[in-house]
Design a protein around this ligand. Structure first.
Ligand code: UT7
Length: 336
């Protein structure tokens, strides 16, 4: 079944902050070593923001994508920003990026689907393009400064994550292939989380027990906590299942996919998922060695690198797949 109108990726871009944090640098902070990190995760370095807010990373990536699309910011009708590390509760990062771009004809909002964020925002963009004939271009951005919420005393998590941003400009192409499939499993909400606000206000009843039977006993440090093994298990099931279902919905078989761009969390997760799918690693784009896990930003960074590196060519069937906190998972299939 092919549903919706098709979309075309008009341009892509990415940006990472200049500072690199190597495995050896991390070995000075926690008891770990380069060999353990490389063999268990495939990661060698990550980029870390020292002075650049989340919006700044997204803005830089967006400018690159707009330039590649050969459009001007005033042609953009919608900006969707995926992030879990927004600089403000409000306004939306998308509005700040809109201001910096001068994209004054756009509606702009943020969404949070953790590491599935970009793929989910991409699908929202496709649905807007399918239903609003006035809309010509949508800018989808994913940006993260995860270093602000990482516990650099926790060797089980700090080795995984980095900062960065990616962006794509999408437009309508009536006859192009498009399919998507998304699911969430909120029963896994505590497997990967970072709390945002403390319950503080003049109206809090100090005698009453706070009505939160999910996160009350969890640390109030606002840092990212994960059950690494549980997330690993979920990821290795989620990725093959969303790719298979998206392919089914596109009316193609998984082997028709020319290139798979998955969320870059751990090389072992990608390899295990590939084996389950019966999909060759040669057709999977992997760049996590250089960036680690940048949450929502991994997929658009990888997409941009694959496009600019000539690995994705016009006409190729491309699958973007994500999974992450929530727990969430999803995939889209397009013809590039
Ligand atoms: O976007 C989604 C974000 N999250 C994820 O993708 C996380 C998915 N999970 C993973 O990638 C893996 O579970 C980890 C990389 C986090 C951990 O790898 P693992 O192979 O599952 O290791 P483990 O947790 O089973 O730990 C094995 C051992 C333990 O020692 P003992 O108890 O066997 O003595 C850990 O304490 O490795 C130890 N360990 C480390 N040793 C050196 C855990 N982290 C480290 C470390 N360096 N950084």
């Amino acid at each position: 079944m092919i549903f919706l109108t098709g979309i075309r990726i008009a341009g892509t871009g990415h940006y990472v902050p200049p500072m690199k944090l190597t495995n050896n640098d991390l070995a000075k902070l926690v008891e770990t070593n380069d060999e353990w990190i490389r063999t268990r995760t495939g990661i060698s370095t990550r980029h870390i923001s020292t002075d650049e807010p989340t919006w700044y990373l997204g803005w830089k990536a967006a400018m690159e994508a707009i330039s590649a699309a050969q459009i001007t910011p005033d042609q953009i009708g919608l900006i969707i920003d995926a992030t879990i590390t927004s600089d403000c509760f409000t306004p939306a990062t998308a509005c700040i990026i809109q201001q910096k771009l001068g994209a004054m004809n756009a509606m702009a909002f943020d969404m949070n689907s953790a590491c599935t964020g970009f793929v989910c925002a991409f699908d929202i963009a496709a649905r807007y393009l399918a239903t609003d004939p006035q809309l010509e271009y949508v800018l989808v951005v994913a940006n993260e400064t995860l270093s602000r919420i990482i516990d650099y005393n926790d060797r089980g998590s700090c080795i995984l994550f980095g900062d960065g941003a990616g962006a794509s400009v999408l437009t309508r192409e009536e006859t192009a292939l498009y399919s998507s499939y998304f699911r969430a499993d909120g029963t896994g909400a505590t497997a990967l989380y970072a709390k945002s606000l403390d319950m503080t206000s003049p109206f809090i009843d100090p005698e009453a027990e706070i009505k939160d039977d999910i996160f009350t006993d969890m640390p109030d440090d606002h840092l990212l906590h994960q059950d690494g093994r549980a997330v690993y298990r979920f990821a290795t099931e989620a990725m093959p299942s969303v790719v298979e279902e998206a392919a089914k919905r596109a009316g193609i078989s998984v082997s028709d996919i020319d290139i798979l761009v998955p969320h870059q969390a751990n090389l072992r997760i990608i390899e295990t998922a590939a084996k389950k799918l019966g999909f060759p690693m040669e057709k999977i784009f992997v760049n996590l060695e250089h960036y680690g896990n940048t949450s929502s930003a991994t997929v658009p960074i990888a997409l941009d690198e694959a496009v600019r590196g000539g690995l994705i060519k016009r006409g190729d069937i491309v699958c973007l797949a994500g999974f992450g906190a929530g727990l969430t998972m999803g995939a889209v299939i397009i013809r590039y």
